[in-house]
Write a new protein. Structure first.
Lengths: 295, 413
């Protein structure tokens, strides 16, 4: 393996980074590299933040399952060295619900894209939030269906182009933190892939929560979204994030709409306590059994 | 392995088929059911929700059938036995993930209480028109196992058998029951736990780093591991190699898909269950399954009173299909009569195996009701009296059809 570059050493002051071993090797399936993501794609940064958070949070990786759906972000599960499940389109939250409910010893992370979680899987998203299933959802939002070649998504900003909105998107997009908040999530944050450190901190924090936590990651899609909308390359997108992101922790989630190339509000918006599904279920069960003398 | 006495509600009951299946699931060691309410299957889900937690099982009512079956597959991979329950429209919604389950060799059981179709159809009345869907419903090529019980007692017995075969062959198993059997209330005897055989999961026991999740044993079925045990499983619906890693080449696709198909086909003698009656010297054999076989008993009785030598072959398992048995009977049988509540599904598989050696008469039914036994008797008589060889499947005209299509039928206001 090649010597790590100076940049990597700076990002990862971990001593292993200088030993010629990839700093995330214990958390990635190195035999699966190179990954399928395009140059300038933000998903890799989201994965970096996630693996860094796992190390920081000191999670027992044997007791963690990562579940992805279909799409570019859907491939994340296959690159992370946990119990990895690459499920059907839109169903990772439902699948994760099964894992979590059947074996409460397992921490479930759903890592998937906006199309997978908010379009085809939108129903599972709101219901898992309502139930407060103990699960961390990392939703990479690149505003487009990228795996299939750049079709319009329920997150595509109004007027933005996609191959199936060739005259500009006419549908208003979903505001993901607002949905998560209103449906009952206990932790909601949004960052872009420029904010790797803040994103890592948010994921670390969300991993400690009991209940349904959502971290939205705004990510550049240099190959489709940027190209069809003539937004330049990946670096231009990062510059855009740098100049147009406003950090407003605790902001009311209904103010978080994203327009085409407008200001993006990032931060931690929700951090509250609600009994999780398993807590309620077990409490109910012990009450019922107690009432019947079945202790 | 025998059933856990805590899971078995030993006793004599007077319950319907749906409830019997719920009790069967508990006895079989099912620890989790995810469901979505749909008539006429809800009683089975309700029975499990009511009694399951008393024996340490869990349930969840999901937001839709897509979620139910996904949660079931997830639960199986976290190490427990699991099941979902549905009917027609819900069954259609589950198709994608049934294929996912087959691709990942996930053992689970699906109870489909068939109702009248297509579409919303007749939710409260019976049908047998999902039989081909159970065989071919999900995209791609795979094999699975399907049972067609005919009584509440069989709903109990074959729910347990379905769990056992699911574990043995690591595949989805369908219980293709119907509204009549589901809502039929009869005596059900739940035996002592030590009389119930349970197939345990084939867990891998070696060191995690040497584990290959899709490396088959000699019987073509691989050993399973579960999430949370340090295996760092990689499970994907993409075509995958023995490690579980995605591959996309033609040669490997052939190898993998052939194994999915062969693990059922080559073991089918151990899977197929038939009930045969008086077929040895019969001129006519009635081939039936589920509620239609229950109705056919009377039809056969009437035909025998008319002096016709008629036997019966009941398909307890419909898939895999008993090709050899039908072909063997075809050599000495004048005609087959197949009553089913559809316009021809399983009958065409019978025809495929008969290979033109005997006549085949379908006794069709449009759903929302069962056959009149006299129609089955008449079809048998027609088959017995027809000496010329008729190509293809003859569709017998029933009394109800004559009423509907030849006048006299009025829709009740």
């Amino acid at each position: 393996m090649e010597e790590p570059t100076k940049a990597i050493k700076e990002i990862h002051p971990d001593p292993s980074a200088t030993s010629g071993v990839h700093p995330m090797e214990n958390l990635l399936r190195m035999e699966r590299m190179p990954h399928i993501w395009c140059p300038t794609c933000g998903i890799g940064l989201a994965v970096t933040a996630f693996t860094a958070a796992l190390t920081k949070a000191n999670i027992d990786t044997n007791k963690m399952s990562i579940v992805s759906g279909i799409g570019c972000t859907g491939r994340v599960a296959g690159y992370v060295k946990l119990d990895s499940f690459h499920t059907t389109h839109g169903r990772p939250i439902a699948f994760g619900t099964g894992i979590r409910v059947a074996n409460p010893g397992i921490k479930v992370v759903v890592f998937s894209g906006d199309g997978d979680l908010i379009a085809i899987g939108g129903n599972h998203f709101i219901h898992a939030a309502r139930r407060n299933i103990d699960m961390l959802v990392i939703c990479v939002n690149n505003f487009i269906y990228a795996m299939t070649g750049g079709q319009v998504a329920p997150t595509t900003p109004l007027a933005a182009y996609a191959t199936t909105s060739p005259y500009g998107c006419v549908e208003p997009p979903f505001n993901i933190p607002y949905i998560a908040d209103s449906a009952g999530a206990v932790y909601v944050a949004r960052w872009t892939t420029l904010h790797v450190r803040r994103l890592t901190n948010s994921i670390t924090e969300a991993l400690q929560k009991t209940g349904f936590s959502v971290v939205e990651v705004i990510s550049p899609c240099g190959m489709y979204y940027s190209r069809i909308n003539r937004l330049g390359d990946g670096l231009d997108m990062m510059r855009f994030y740098h100049d147009n992101v406003e950090i407003r922790n605790g902001e009311d989630t209904k103010n978080l709409d994203i327009g085409f190339q407008t200001k993006i509000i990032c931060g931690k918006f929700v951090d509250r306590e609600r009994p999780s599904y398993m807590e309620r279920y077990n409490q109910w069960l012990s009450e019922v059994k107690g009432a019947r003398g079945e202790g | 392995m025998k059933a856990n006495p805590k899971h078995v509600l030993t006793g004599v009951y007077y319950i319907d088929g749906d409830v019997a299946s719920g009790y069967g699931a508990m006895a079989a060691g099912c620890r989790f059911i995810a469901g979505y309410p749909i008539t006429p299957s809800t009683e089975a889900f309700e029975a499990f929700c009511r009694w399951g937690p008393q024996v340490g099982a869990m349930f969840i009512q999901m937001e839709d059938e897509l979620g139910s079956i996904s949660a079931v597959v997830g639960a199986v991979w976290s190490g427990i036995k699991s099941m979902t329950i549905t009917s027609g429209p819900g069954y259609s919604l589950m198709m994608e993930t049934i294929g996912y389950g087959a691709m990942l060799e996930t053992p689970f059981v699906l109870l489909n209480i068939q109702r009248g179709g297509p579409s919303t159809g007749v939710p409260t009345k019976t049908g047998q028109a999902d039989m081909m869907q159970s065989r071919w419903g999900s995209h791609g090529d795979y094999e699975l196992i399907a049972f067609a019980p005919e009584s509440p007692q069989e709903m109990f017995d074959y729910t347990i058998r379905a769990f056992n075969l699911a574990e043995k062959y690591r595949c989805p198993v369908m219980i293709m029951s119907d509204e009549c059997v589901g809502h039929m209330t009869e005596k059900v005897v739940i035996p002592e736990a030590d009389k119930i055989d349970i197939e345990p999961r084939r867990f891998y026991t070696g060191p995690p780093e040497q584990y290959l999740p899709f490396k088959p044993d000699p019987d073509l079925v691989p050993k399973m591991a579960k999430a949370g045990d340090g295996f760092k499983l990689y499970i994907t619906g993409l075509l995958h190699d023995e490690k579980g890693h995605p591959v996309s080449n033609e040669e490997y696709s052939m190898k993998y898909v052939k194994r999915l198909v062969d693990k059922i086909r080559l073991n089918k003698d151990k899977i197929i269950e038939l009930k045969e009656e008086n077929t040895e010297d019969a001129d006519i054999v009635v081939v039936s399954y589920g509620i239609s076989s229950r109705v056919a008993v009377k039809g056969v009785e009437i035909a025998r009173q008319r002096g016709i030598k008629v036997g019966a072959l009941r398909l307890v398992t419909v898939w895999p299909f008993p090709d050899e048995k039908i072909a063997e009977l075809a050599k000495k049988t004048k005609a087959f009569v197949v009553p089913e509540i559809n316009y021809g599904q399983v009958v065409f598989d019978v025809a495929r195996c008969v290979h033109g050696q005997s006549n085949i008469v379908l006794v069709p039914h449009g759903g929302a009701g069962v056959h009149n036994p006299a129609d089955i008797a008449d079809a048998i008589e027609y088959a017995a009296k027809t000496d010329k060889q008729i190509e293809g499947v003859v569709e017998f005209k029933t009394r109800l059809e004559k009423l509907v299509f030849e006048g006299g039928f009025k829709l009740k206001e």
